[in-house]
Ligand binder design. Structure first.
Ligand SMILES: Cc1ncc(COP(=O)(O)O)c(C=O)c1O
Length: 362
C-alpha cells in the first residue's frame, strides 16, 4: 500500500521533477558541493496517531506545521538518521547499509519512548525519496552523493514532560559533497573540555539533544581554526570518544586498526564497516578498545569516520597546548588511503560489497 501510494504520487510529481531536471542538473556544480541544505522536489511524510501510522505520502512541501506545545520543541523528543545513495558507473543507484540505519533508528525511537517504524517501511521510504529526486543525484565520478535524512518528532500539544500523543516521520534528501572542507585531505582537531553525551543518557542513540549539547564545543574549535573538536569520555576525561559527529580510528605503528569502545558513543555504521574491511580485506588485526588521549604516540595514522565524514584523515590533535601530528598534516597515510578506497569503491559499486551491504534503488 505504502509503495503503491508513493509510486502513484511519485510518478505524477516525477513528471514535474523531470521538467526541472535539465535546469537543476546544470545549475548544481557537483564538483564543489559541500554539506549545505538544498531543497529537493519530494519528501516522504507519515503521521502516527491513536496507535497507528497512516499510509504515508510524498509531498512537495518542505515545511512542517505543528502545535506550539509539541514535545519535540520543548523536550527534544526527536531522533534522526543519515545515510547516502550513490550512482554507480553504469547508472544504477544504490543505498549503503540502509538496514543498519533502520535498526539504529528503531533503537533511538525506543530510547525516547516513540513508536517505531517497521524496517521495511523505513527502507521503502528511503528508496521512494531517492527515486523521486533522482534529478539531484550527483553523477558517478563527481565525488558527490545523495544524503538521506529520516527523522521522527513528537508532536501534538501537551506541555507536561511525557511522551507525545502524536508523531511525524519524514525522510528528505539533498545532494552533498565533502563534510569537512577538502574531503580526503588531513585536517586538525582540538580536544574539548565539554562532554557530548553520557553512557546511561543517550550517547549511543542518534537524538537531537546530543547535537544541541555539542554545538558550543564545535563552535569553539572552529573559531580556533580547527575542523572540529574531539570529545573525551565524560567520566574520566582520559579516553577519546568521538571526533565531532564521527567516530575515531587509529592505525598503530604495528598496523593494527583500533577504534574506541565506549557506552557513550554513537555506534557508527561506517566504523563497523571499516572494522570488517580492515580485517577481511586489508588483513589487519582489529580491535575496539580504550584509546587514551595521552597515548597517541602509538598511532602512525588516525582518522574520523562516518556517513558524512566518510574517512577524513586526522592531521593532528591539539591537546594540552601541544599539537600531536600523526602521519602528516598534508599527506594521507597509506592504510587510511586503502581503507578509503575500499569503502568508497564498495559504496560506488566498483568492487563487490560484502553480502547485504547494498540495496539497489534502480
Ligand atoms: C555523533 C556521531 N558519531 C558518529 C557518526 C558516524 O555514524 P555513521 O557511520 O553511522 O554515519 C555520526 C554520524 O552519523 C555521528 O553523528
Amino acid at each position: 500500500m505504502l509503495k503503491d501510494l508513493c509510486q502513484t504520487q511519485g510518478q505524477q510529481k516525477l513528471f514535474l521533477s523531470k521538467e526541472l531536471t535539465m535546469t537543476k542538473k546544470a545549475e548544481i556544480d557537483w564538483e564543489t558541493l559541500g554539506f549545505d541544505y538544498i531543497k529537493t522536489d519530494l519528501r516522504y511524510i507519515s503521521y502516527w496517531k491513536d496507535g497507528a501510522w497512516d499510509e504515508g505520502t510524498l509531498t512537495e512541501d518542505n515545511t512542517i506545521h505543528i502545535g506550539e506545545a509539541s514535545p519535540c520543541l520543548h523536550y527534544g523528543q526527536e531522533c534522526f538518521e543519515g545515510l547516502k545513495a550513490y550512482q554507480t558507473r553504469n547508472g544504477e543507484i544504490q543505498l549503503f547499509r540502509v538496514d543498519q540505519n533502520a535498526k539504529r533508528f528503531k533503537d533511538s525511537c525506543e530510547r525516547l519512548l516513540m513508536p517505531t517504524i517497521p524496517e521495511e517501511t523505513f527502507i521503502a521510504a528511503c528508496i521512494e525519496v531517492v527515486k523521486a529526486n533522482e534529478a539531484y543525484l550527483p553523477p558517478y565520478g563527481t565525488g558527490g552523493s545523495l544524503y538521506i535524512r529520516p527523522m521522527m518528532i513528537g508532536i501534538g500539544n501537551s506541555i507536561a514532560v511525557k511522551p507525545a500523543t502524536e508523531y511525524l516521520f519524514t525522510v528528505f534528501c539533498m545532494p552533498v559533497g565533502a563534510y569537512f572542507k577538502g574531503g580526503m585531505t588531513p585536517v586538525d582537531f582540538m580536544v574539548s573540555d565539554y562532554d557530548r553525551a553520557a553512557c546511561n543518557g543517550t550517547g549511543q542513540q542518534k537524538v537531537g539533544g546530543n547535537y544541541a549539547a555539542s554545538l558550543i564545543a564545535h563552535d569553539i574549535a572552529v573559531k580556533k581554526g580547527f575542523a572540529d573538536c574531539i570529545y573525551l569520555d565524560p567520566l574520566t576525561h582520559t579516553k577519546i570518544e568521538e571526533v565531532g559527529a564521527a567516530n575515531f580510528f587509529g592505525i598503530t605503528k604495528d598496523n593494527r586498526f583500533i577504534t574506541p569502545i565506549s557506552c557513550s558513543i554513537l555506534p557508527s555504521i561506517t566504523k563497523y564497516s571499516l572494522l570488517y574491511l580492515a580485517e577481511n580485506v586489508l588483513g589487519l588485526e582489529v580491535s575496539e578498545e580504550d584509546v587514551f588521549i595521552d597515548e597517541l604516540d602509538g598511532f602512525a595514522e588516525a582518522g574520523a569516520c562516518g556517513t558524512a565524514a566518510v574517512i577524513t584523515p586526522i592531521g593532528g590533535i591539539h591537546y594540552h597546548n601541544r599539537l600531536h601530528v600523526f602521519y602528516s598534516q598534508t599527506e594521507v597515510g597509506p592504510i587510511t588511503r586503502k581503507l578509503y578506497d575500499t569503502l568508497t569503491n564498495i559504496q560506488l559499486g566498483d568492487i563487490e560489497a560484502p553480502e547485504g551491504w547494498i540495496t539497489k534503488v534502480k
